[in-house]
Write a protein that binds this ligand. Sequence first.
Ligand SMILES: Cc1cc2nc3c(=O)[nH]c(=O)nc-3n(C[C@H](O)[C@H](O)[C@H](O)COP(=O)(O)OP(=O)(O)OC[C@H]3O[C@@H](n4cnc5c(N)ncnc54)[C@H](O)[C@@H]3O)c2cc1C
Length: 293
Amino acid sequence: MNKNTIYKNIDLKNFNSWKVGGKAEQFLICDNKDTLASYIKTRKIKPPITFIGLGSNLLIRDGGVKGAVVIMHGGLSVINRENELIYVEAGVSCSKLAKFAAKEGLNNSAFFAGIPGTIGGSLAMNAGCYGSETWDYVNKVLMINLNGDQIVRSRADFKINYRDVKNYNNDESFLAAWFNFPEGNKEDAEKKIKDLLAHRKNTQPLNWPTAGSTFRNPIDNFAAKLIEDCGLKGYQIGGAKVSEKHANFIINIGNATALDIENIITYIQKIVFEKKNIQLFREIKIIGEQIGT
Ligand SMILES: Cc1cc2nc3c(=O)[nH]c(=O)nc-3n(C[C@H](O)[C@H](O)[C@H](O)COP(=O)(O)OP(=O)(O)OC[C@H]3O[C@@H](n4cnc5c(N)ncnc54)[C@H](O)[C@@H]3O)c2cc1C
């Protein structure tokens, strides 16, 4: 796929970690933020505009996505040090940021190594693990709006919660961020990354198409435990299955449709509510149209 070329009707299956979903009406991978801004300004790409990173927290419905889809991974990929901060564009993978910061002798970035998404997706989700979250280390961000204007915003312009980020300026998306990690030690930081990745490999079904944790953990509880206690490990609808290794992960065993995955999500919510009286809320985002709508 050529960078900066606008395509029509592109299959999105290869652009999300569940490997499902329909087509994008317009499709773009852009490697320069000013080019992207001019495409938006001149309406070469038309709203609604959906930004996708690595699609690792995303269910794209089988009927596809209306408007323009901008894929950030493989597009905006600059990362560099600016004094005490790290400037990183939205399409850079989280693991690259973790390794870059460690090499710079900075601490606390290891948690990013296990998140298989981009910086843009992690800013949108406030992704995190092992007690750390993306926004703990954000100094400021660069946004783009539907007029193609680029705006620097501070943390105060957002309401940040567990896996939830409310942008007070609704029609803006992330182009880049400046991160502030504390000074540390290169060897320690690199060892932390290695240990974390080994732990993940043992506890998560990383060899299957999945979007990681499907549901947020309810207060004082764990979604995986609730699902397991309801006897749902291994439960299957079509090609979608509740992982035997981690009950909050739904895996595509080969031929799942987005509808299979959406149906199993609804089923899990129903059973957990009936048996435990607890409402599970989705962590993953759902976009696009169902077939026939
Ligand atoms: C095996 C596995 C393990 C995982 N482990 C974790 C974990 O430990 N912790 C955790 O928090 N998550 C985890 N995840 C989920 C996922 O990796 C994170 O949520 C990640 O931050 C999503 O990044 P992404 O680039 O893939 O976002 P996408 O899935 O592409 O997008 C997610 C949402 O962000 C929006 N978005 C993407 N880019 C932008 C942008 N530039 N501007 C505005 N909006 C944007 C999308 O429209 C969508 O609504 C895991 C997923 C998998 C598959």
